[in-house]
Write a protein that binds this ligand. Sequence first.
Ligand code: SF4
Length: 324
Amino acid sequence: MQIVNVTRESGVPLIGCIAFGVIDRGTNLLQVRPTSVCNLKCVFCSTRANDLDFHPCGFVVEREYLVSAVKKIAEFKGADIEANMDSVGEVMTYPEIVELIRDIKNLPAVKRVSMQSNGCLITKQKLDGLVDAGLDHLNLSINSLDKEKARFLAGVPAYDVNKIKKLAEYASGKLSLLIAPVWMPGVNDEDIIDIIHFAKSIGARLGIQKYEVYRYSRKIKGGKNITWWKFYNQLKKWEKEFDVKLVLRASDMGIHKAKRLPEPFKKKDVVHVDVKLPGWIKGQMIGVAKDRCISINNCHAKIGDRIKVRILETKNNLFVAETL
Ligand code: SF4
């Protein structure tokens, strides 16, 4: 995989591309994405991580540049910001994750720092370092407690769920911990029940995720893409059966609406962009205009070219375009 370093010097903005930078969805939670690299190859992965035919390159953002972007955006949005370290891959592959968390936690507008992780790269010592740096909350993904099944789901032979269980037991005494399995109906139904018992036994909260099939997802054989109604209905049944909270609202996680960053483009706008980087998805290039990244589909332009594109998607300041 080709790794692209996104530095201040590169002149690539940290808003606009789903694979790196900062995402503002109009709440007090900012998604901070320092890297797109992942250490697993989960058989159900919605982002299709580690498929080199689909994602020929990965991105790693310069720490100081990312911190300054978070600072600027957090100050614009106001106080009470939660900075959530997340990724289209695995955030713990970022070489300076401890330092990044420390820097972000020290920003006056940031109240809380949380992180998503599959846990494989977190040792007890590393967890202590993360907590010492200011990590308040960890969302840990575990999809089965059965050794072989967990390994199959993770898509790599080295995956060891017993190690992740030990980490969860240790972490629950150190910070706020939420176990976040993806429930794939027809695939890991019984496993979810095991995970509920496990989370209760260590005093962790649960955040069961719905298995979603997108156009580009890696699809698991036998996995059913059920409706949201069915999903919440089953969560409510499990809530009663196991006396545990499973239906979470944004407010349960301390998330509320907050001022949005302005979106400089509308759908169908025609924009001149400077092509700066290869894109995250094969065939894309990343262009830059008005301090935003724009991912351009089926783009044959070269880095340094200035081209005309039409904007196709704008949601949450994540821009996708086509060439003209
Ligand atoms: S589901 Fe997460 S951990 Fe698994 S391959 Fe995809 S990005 Fe990586």
